[in-house]
Ligand binder design. Structure first.
Ligand code: CA
Ligand code: CA
Length: 145
């Protein structure tokens, strides 16, 4: 697992994209995944930087969530926009983080990301249900550092 390119095959990447699409069928929230090797700044700050870089603040309900993963650092961050923070309880992302962590411990990386994406969608559903006027505001893609 030395290169980010080795981290996921094209097929695995497609499975994650499918999971994002599926998760967004439950919620108006927008989910994105960013994967990179490592970072020199704190993972939280880097997640915030990527969030800005991907223009994830530009959703009408400010309800985008970024799943940021630094592969070689064995770190990940789940970062939700302030529209989410305003309405959810503290530790809202714990269930998402826990399910990812459990999979990552078993080195089931793709499964961990998919489980995290689906869990985030499920959790967001209660606060930001999908409706028929929903717009896919952010592309359902994986970005790489
Ligand atoms: Ca949407
Ligand atoms: Ca989307």
């Amino acid at each position: 697992m030395s290169k980010v390119e080795d981290f996921l095959s094209v097929k695995e990447e497609q499975e994650i994209v499918d999971a994002i699409r599926e998760a967004e069928r439950n919620t108006s929230g927008e989910i994105r995944v960013h994967i990179e090797k490592t970072t020199t700044i704190s993972h939280y700050n880097r997640a915030l930087e990527v969030f800005r870089m991907l223009k994830m603040f530009n959703t009408s309900q400010q309800n985008a969530v970024l799943i940021y993963i630094a592969v070689e650092d064995h770190k990940f961050v789940v970062y939700g926009d302030k529209g989410i923070d305003e309405v959810v309880p503290e530790n809202f992302w714990d269930s998402t983080k826990n399910i990812m962590q459990e999979n990552f411990k078993k080195e089931a990386f793709k499964e961990g990301i998919i489980a995290g994406v689906l869990k985030a969608g499920e959790e967001l559903k209660a606060h930001f249900p999908w409706n028929e006027n929903d717009i896919d505001e952010l592309p359902n893609e994986i970005s790489r550092g």
